[in-house]
Design a protein around this ligand. Sequence first.
Ligand SMILES: [Zn+2]
Ligand SMILES: [Zn+2]
Length: 341
Amino acid sequence: MERLIESTSSGLYCAAGDFFIDPWRPVARALITHAHSDHARPGHAAYLTAAPGAPLVRERVGATVESIPYGERRRIGDAWVSFHPAGHMRGASQIRVEVRGRVSVVTGDFKRDADPTADLYEPLRCDELIMESTFALPIYQWPPVASVMDDLHAWWRENQEASRTSVLLTYAVGKAQRLLAMLNPEIGPILYHGAVERFVELYRAAGVALAPARKAQAEDAKALRGRALLIAPPSAQNTPWLRKWAPYSIGFASGWMRVRGARRRRGADRGFVISDHADWPALLQTIEESGAEWIGLTHGYGDALARYLREQGRNADVLRTEFAGEDHEMKSEMPDASEPP
Ligand SMILES: [Zn+2]
Ligand SMILES: [Zn+2]
């Protein structure tokens, strides 16, 4: 059947408007959902993204990026397009495409939990829903964010009593800034790895309130070790840069921490289940509220969710894409993280 948006070798394509959404090969016109590297790639001739995400996408692609406010409709060819908050990170969008009364929504990456650094996810109705399914297994259900932050702060205090540095490993773009917006700076000094710095600056420049924190310098280790909380990308683990902060405890903040084996494989002392993606109940709620007659799945556990949806009598398919998911984003994000910040 003819869909408004189809999966092609270059990316998700809308023929009626002759544009792509988050394409992975160079194209003439790219609509970008958010600034993560598997969605915002360099090399396209023209970019359009939601206004709050424009400086972040610009940083990522190194090109001129046109922006549009959330909710504003724009005609492209025979399609009307608009961007709506996806809640995943600052500026992240769902893209709504309407052609002759028929509506398709591409969620990009999304979450429905509150996040002080991002606009709250907006439920949208549509005929065709193209949705991420990174955590589409029933085991992935997120605890309340406030209780996870309580655990994290308690861990930081315990470490201080034992004179250990608290090393919080997490994805450097989006998640690190979200954590900075929620951490309590009264407990002690907060520092971060160089890989986190540029996007902290961009968030601050946009007026997002973050806890006082700065990039860790070589001399900080001696003065602040045992008291500080240090935010770093996963690739900083087992580097000389990190060893200067010993003794330390390693905490890992990710949705993958919901599964015990993931924490062990990461070599973390503590796992904090905090994700920028929708969990299993939120994915099902989104499908239900959309009213979509067809669901196309990208990322992660698409096969499992497609099977489940078909058993429920729904029409669902897995789309072949080159989006990587949170785990891969974390690895590909930090090519420079083994070097000194
Ligand atoms: Zn993402
Ligand atoms: Zn993604």
